[in-house]
Write a protein that binds this ligand. Structure first.
Ligand SMILES: NC(=O)c1ccc[n+]([C@@H]2O[C@H](COP(=O)([O-])OP(=O)(O)OC[C@H]3O[C@@H](n4cnc5c(N)ncnc54)[C@H](OP(=O)(O)O)[C@@H]3O)[C@@H](O)[C@H]2O)c1
Length: 343
């Protein structure tokens, strides 16, 4: 069988009602076709699995239109151009952007940018030197505005975005408290990333643990999870505290019924602010984030961690893993038979 006829796609089968299940996805083996003007035919090397995918398969107003049932599932990825119908892209170019959950496919170049694997690996372009790193960088520095000496709390702290936020906050001289699920993640945060305090929210009383870890209160909270964790943090915020709403994964199981925080009136009591953001606010400043993150990484001041699974068939399990907290770092799927993109 030729490589082109062996193409595999993961499509959205139907919008999930409540939790995502096996009926949500459909594996197909359609030929990728030929690119038309504005497109390239890509051979994917690496795919990113993101909690935000839950929003992309929910037919509700958001920052992007939802994926339609029957379409290839949207995903960030890295791939190599095999055939081009677009000026500026040629076979052999390596690109990143919205490649979709597929091994081969025709993709609009408006969704892609060329990258150079001499500067960073495919893994890094999808983790610390890609959208994950940029989200941490702009979310913390631009939205959160950390101040040296202040107390910063980060949820999903051992995850892809959270672990980078924690490290940048430390570099900015803050006292950093990480919240994560399970002893292994907490040990990583304390012993490897050097956080000042860690809280295992799955095995502790969060309200008591926050009192103990942040006796002087919380000045900045970088929220990745929402729900009960956000409510507990709200009860400990200081005057003029900032809450950065990066995500709310605890609410993603049923986004149509997502609940806001019960304790939001603490923002009134403490003159606090709570601000959401997405990377589309910052696309023009990506080079700045890339250069700074690459510089910190090269100097050993920041580290990235990836959790890599093999093969496109692992996508449904990978999706479930991120919601079960089973990922240790940025969750990626390697599509190269020899695992080349794992390096
Ligand atoms: N605003 C933006 O532009 C933007 C961009 C990228 C990501 N995000 C958001 O940032 C957050 C983190 O994304 P990521 O890619 O870095 O993922 P991640 O942190 O690598 O993985 C998600 C983690 O969330 C935790 N989690 C899962 N279910 C949970 C629940 N019900 N309650 C509390 N924690 C739960 C798990 O960690 P534990 O084991 O510690 O529970 C899991 O490992 C997500 O909310 C995502 O939507 C936003």
């Amino acid at each position: 069988m030729s490589e082109l006829s062996a193409a595999i796609q993961v499509r959205l089968n139907a919008y999930p009602r409540g939790p995502v299940g096996p009926d949500t996805w459909r594996l197909t083996h359609d030929a990728p076709g030929t690119p038309v003007v504005g497109q390239v035919l890509l051979k994917m090397q690496l795919l990113s699995v993101d909690p935000g995918m839950r929003g992309w398969i929910t037919p509700k107003r958001s920052y992007m239109p939802p994926v339609q049932p029957g379409e290839v599932m949207r995903a960030f990825g890295v791939g190599e151009v095999i055939e081009s119908a677009t000026e500026g892209f040629k076979p052999g170019d390596v690109v990143t952007g919205f490649t979709g959950v597929q091994t081969l496919g025709c993709v609009d170049t408006s969704m892609l940018r060329k990258i150079d694997l001499r500067w960073a690996s495919a893994r890094q372009y999808l983790s610390g030197l890609g959208m994950t790193g940029y989200t941490a960088y702009f979310g913390l520095l631009d939205v959160g505005k950390p101040v040296a000496g202040q107390t910063v709390v980060v949820s999903a702290a051992a995850g892809a975005v959270g672990s980078i936020v924690c490290q940048i906050a430390k570099l900015k001289g803050c006292r950093v408290i990480g919240i994560a699920g399970g002893a292994k993640k907490c040990t990583y945060l304390r012993d490897v990333l050097g956080l000042d305090s860690v809280i295992d929210y799955k095995n502790s009383d969060l309200t008591e643990a926050l009192k103990e870890s942040a006796p002087a209160g919380i000045d900045l909270y970088f929220d990745n999870v929402g729900g009960e964790v956000l409510d507990a943090v709200l009860m400990r915020i200081n005057r003029h505290a900032r809450i950065v709403v990066c995500g709310g994964i605890s609410q993603y199981a049923d986004l149509e019924q997502a609940r806001g925080p019960a304790n939001y009136l603490q923002l009134v009591a403490q003159s606090g602010t709570m601000q959401g953001f997405t990377m589309r606010d910052y696309m023009a400043r990506v080079p700045e984030a890339f250069m700074q993150l690459a510089d910190w990484h090269a100097k050993g001041q920041i580290q990235f961690r990836e959790h890599v699974l093999d093969g496109i068939e692992s996508f449904p399990a990978a999706y479930d893993l991120v919601f079960a907290g089973g990922n240790h770092g940025k969750l990626l799927i390697c599509l190269e038979p020899q695992g080349g993109a794992k390096q």
